[in-house]
Design a protein around this ligand. Structure first.
Ligand code: C5P
Length: 231
């Protein structure tokens, strides 16, 4: 049974044993799970399929960016693993995003397609260095609108961008936001944080949360507390 929770637990682990130490404590009704590049490189589709077969909604966070045909084939392969969400870079352009969407529609199972706009690690100097003019926010809004018109179902963005983005995209366009910290928890290396409640109030649909749950002495209790704060 999949989850109605907005929480996507980021499985930022370097080995499968640590993944299952955590996942064995979790129930698919309480959260979704995110597998990123490091874990996928280590554990591959086998791990993703195990998580899916346990009933978890899995966000395969591989941020594809390549020529349209290659991204389309990668999205179809991800869809056929049974994942719930897959993502691409909006900077891959409209043809690439449209090809990704068409490939997903032709797969046996259709994950949500999200796009990364401008990486939150970018500052104005980085943006300038790759030749993009305008503010980060202008670029985020422009790329989110492009993602929507190219067939993506949503974007991954910082919760700080959610309020502004909500003015420019349709209500059902989903916003997935990392950089979430429950009140009183450690910020780690995240600079601009919001609490789960603030992020949802700003317009986030799904919250990517890693260390406040994965490094907690009682991960299940931390997750349930977050779910409770959102109910
Ligand atoms: O541990 P923490 O909650 O900071 O983890 C956040 C997760 O979201 C990590 O997997 C990180 O890679 C991811 N992420 C992020 N900021 C982005 C995009 C993804 O923190 N802009």
């Amino acid at each position: 049974m999949s989850s109605s929770s907005r929480v996507i637990v980021a499985l930022d682990f370097a080995n499968q044993a640590d993944v299952f130490k955590l996942v064995d404590q979790l129930d698919p009704t309480q959260c979704k799970l995110k597998v990123g590049k490091e874990l996928f490189a280590i554990a591959g589709p086998g791990l993703v399929e195990q998580l899916v077969s346990r009933g978890f909604d899995v966000f395969l966070d591989l941020k594809y960016l390549d020529i349209p045909n290659t991204v389309a084939m990668a999205c179809k392969a991800a869809a056929n693993m049974g994942v719930w969400m897959v993502n691409v870079h909006a900077l891959g352009g409209p043809n690439m995003m449209t090809a990704a969407k068409e490939a997903i529609l032709s797969a046996d199972h259709q994950p949500i397609l999200t796009a990364v706009t401008i990486l939150t690690s970018f500052d104005p100097a980085q943006l300038n260095a790759i030749g993009l003019s305008g503010s980060i926010q202008d670029n985020v809004v422009r790329l989110a609108k492009l993602a929507q018109s190219s067939g993506a179902d949503g974007v991954v963005c910082s919760a700080q961008e959610a309020t502004e983005l909500r003015k420019h995209v349709s209500k059902d366009f989903c916003l997935v936001t990392p950089g979430i910290r429950p009140a009183g928890s450690k910020t780690d290396d995240q600079k601009r944080i919001m609490t789960p409640v603030e992020a949802v109030q700003a317009g986030s649909d799904y919250l990517v949360i890693g260390r406040p749950i994965t490094q907690s002495s009682d991960p299940l209790a931390s997750l349930l507390e977050i779910n409770q704060s959102l109910s």
